[in-house]
Unconditional design. Structure first.
Length: 161
């Protein structure tokens, strides 16, 4: 059962596996709770720096490859990076491209991989700590219940001196 539990955002309390997250002093949260899978500022900067001249998004529905400048956005629906033909969300396709783009210098690709691994590790650690705290809370509740039960069964002290 613990394996099925997922980390939740401190701001909106929604599940966030695979979502774009921030590591703040209080814990993990979405970059933007309204758009939990939005590209980070660093991902956008890398796309603008290294990927403007070639396709970055692939739409499986219409089999199109699109450059960043060709992708549509939907300001009202909170979705970004949409296929210009069928309006499907392409954010994950763009993110996948970014993580494998040969135009990125090796050092940047290596550091981006390290950031992804650190994010996965922190998410896992957060989940494990939450699971441990849940166990400790249940143990404390059981101990409190046992104490109350013992107090209920114990005769009151008559104060004999």
């Amino acid at each position: 059962m613990a394996d099925q539990q997922q980390v939740t955002c401190l701001k909106c309390s929604r599940m966030m596996p695979g979502d774009s997250i921030l590591f703040g002093p209080a814990g993990l949260s979405h970059i933007d709770c309204r758009r939990p899978r939005v590209l980070s500022a660093e991902e956008r900067a890398l796309l603008l720096t290294y990927c403007l001249g070639h396709p970055v998004g692939k739409c499986v529905a219409c089999a199109g490859d699109f450059k960043l400048s060709e992708l549509a956005s939907d300001a009202l629906g909170g979705r970004t990076l949409l296929c210009p033909r069928c309006r499907r969300e392409l954010t994950e396709s763009v993110r996948a491209h970014l993580h494998s783009c040969a135009m990125l210098p090796e050092e940047i690709r290596r550091r981006a991989q390290a950031v992804r691994e650190a994010a996965q590790y922190l998410t896992k650690e957060s989940r494990e700590l939450r699971d441990t705290s849940d166990v400790l809370i249940r143990e404390a509740e059981a101990a409190l219940h046992a104490l109350r039960e013992a107090m209920r069964r114990s005769p009151p002290n008559q104060g004999n001196a």
